[in-house]
Write a protein that binds this ligand. Structure first.
Ligand SMILES: Cc1cc2nc3c(=O)[nH]c(=O)nc-3n(C[C@H](O)[C@H](O)[C@H](O)COP(=O)(O)OP(=O)(O)OC[C@H]3O[C@@H](n4cnc5c(N)ncnc54)[C@H](O)[C@@H]3O)c2cc1C
Length: 406
């Protein structure tokens, strides 16, 4: 275990600058166009692939090769500073990769994670992590997508519909959480890989969204999808043992597969929110210095300057929680609430700061001419996905009280 320190090493400073340069020169200039087009920004993700930012190597090194846990959150803050919709298009595959590496065997991880971040012969390979359903978002224990084992063929047969899936239907690798034994609720769930061009698997409706509109979000439908036994993450023996323990004891220490993945990724999602907040704050600071009213720059009014002071303070507070959570997560002393605290604080900060940024821009901030309008729409997602604001509060309140708060 390394000591907790906020000091960044040379490698981290280099990566931070490298991602910032890409965000500033490639991502930010493209943000408005792809937000308006509401399409997955293939050319921009390809640019990220060409420089190695969209790659298995970068993901593996940032996730696993860094004992401090800070490299990934530093990179995500810079990328999302550039734009959240494009940022999520570049890092949406990360959740699938985290799901595979968290639940899969080393062999499964080596086979499938690189395919979530591939770029070969000018073609991008993407990943999607499919948990949510039309009637099961926060309540992950109520998933209806069913996986049944066909012993004669050593195949799993999956049926169901997944909702709100980032990269859903356009990904090459879909990681699907399904129920194997509904009577065991979350303890009866398992995770499966659906590879490219699998019969019975299709994209449903594509959602038209409030923000992060460059990012692709869609339903996916599984209609008699058959996958080989080897596509069950962790393997059948491990699943059978888990189900047997759950049936015997009525309860096990095994975590829901989706919950374990979300816990690991919360600081990363919180870092994205900090990036959006910082982007809007910097726009507002610059605007307040340039815009004149009543014969002086508007920042010379205490009420405007104090707004900026509060924005800067909130962003720093959120970042400190993110860095703490990232370090705890990487060093195995994560107790869950720290990750939820970081996401709760960062999501709220992004929404609040982006709203204040519009206020400082006055009427211009309410138009699409200035990026703070887009940033405010983008920020709201951080209160919703990977656990809503209320679900983070639930996790934290249970951790601090030791009680089953409902
Ligand atoms: C753009 C976008 C991308 C997404 N990407 C993915 C993805 O890639 N993969 C994936 O699996 N999912 C994804 N999601 C789904 C997302 O995780 C869910 O929308 C989220 O978990 C909330 O679920 P829900 O929409 O069903 O809301 P609900 O669970 O129905 O919640 C509705 C409201 O009730 C509140 N609530 C619910 N239960 C409780 C409770 N026990 N206590 C207090 N309040 C409660 C919630 O906080 C919320 O305010 C995405 C969603 C969006 C919008």
């Amino acid at each position: 275990m390394t000591d907790f320190s906020l000091a960044l090493n040379e490698d981290q400073l280099t990566i931070q600058k490298w991602v910032h340069d890409f965000a500033e020169t490639v991502v930010r200039p493209a943000a408005h166009e792809w937000d308006e087009r509401e399409e997955f920004p293939y050319p921009i993700v390809e640019e990220a692939a060409k420089i190695g930012l969209y790659s298995f190597d970068f993901f593996a090194n940032a996730m696993l090769g860094d004992p401090s846990g800070l490299t990934l959150v530093l990179a995500l803050e810079e990328l999302f500073w550039g734009d959240a919709g494009i940022g999520l298009s570049i890092f949406g595959s990360g959740l699938a990769a985290a799901g595979i590496s968290g639940q899969g065997t080393p062999e499964q991880t080596m086979e499938w994670v690189p395919q979530c971040f591939s770029y070969e012969n000018g073609k991008l390979g993407l990943g999607a992590y499919c948990v949510s359903e039309p009637d099961a978002g926060s309540d992950v224990s109520s998933l209806r997508t069913r996986a049944v084992y066909d012993e004669a063929k050593d195949e799993w047969v999956l049926n169901g519909t997944k909702a709100w899936i980032t990269n859903g239907g356009i990904a090459d690798v879909h990681v699907v959480v399904a129920t194997v034994d509904p009577t065991l609720k979350s303890r009866g769930q398992a995770t499966f890989i659906i590879g490219p061009d699998t019969p019975g698997f299709s994209q449903g409706q594509k959602y038209k969204k409030h923000g992060i509109r460059a990012s692709h979000t869609a339903e996916v439908v599984l209609d008699g999808v058959r996958v080989p036994g080897s596509h069950l993450l962790g393997g059948k023996e491990k699943l059978d043992a888990k189900l047997a323990r759950a049936r015997e004891a009525g309860r096990t220490g095994d975590r829901q597969p989706a919950m374990a993945t979300f816990e690991a990724t919360r600081p990363a999602v919180a870092a994205m929110a900090v990036g959006v907040a910082r982007g809007a704050y910097e726009e507002a600071l610059r605007y307040a210095q340039e815009r004149h009213a009543f014969g002086k720059a508007i920042i010379q009014n205490q009420s405007v300057a104090f707004m900026l002071a509060d924005m800067a303070t909130e962003i720093d507070a959120a970042r400190l929680l993110v860095h703490r959570a990232a370090w705890l997560s990487r060093n195995g002393v994560y107790k869950n609430a720290e990750g939820s605290m970081s996401k709760l604080k960062a999501g709220r900060t992004a929404v609040w700061v982006t709203e204040r940024a519009i206020q400082i821009h006055g009427g211009y901030g309410y138009t699409r001419e200035y990026p703070v309008e887009r940033m405010h729409r983008d920020a709201k997602i951080f209160d919703i996905f990977e656990g809503t604001e209320q679900i983070q509060q639930l996790v934290i309140s249970r951790a601090i009280s030791g009680l089953r708060i409902e």
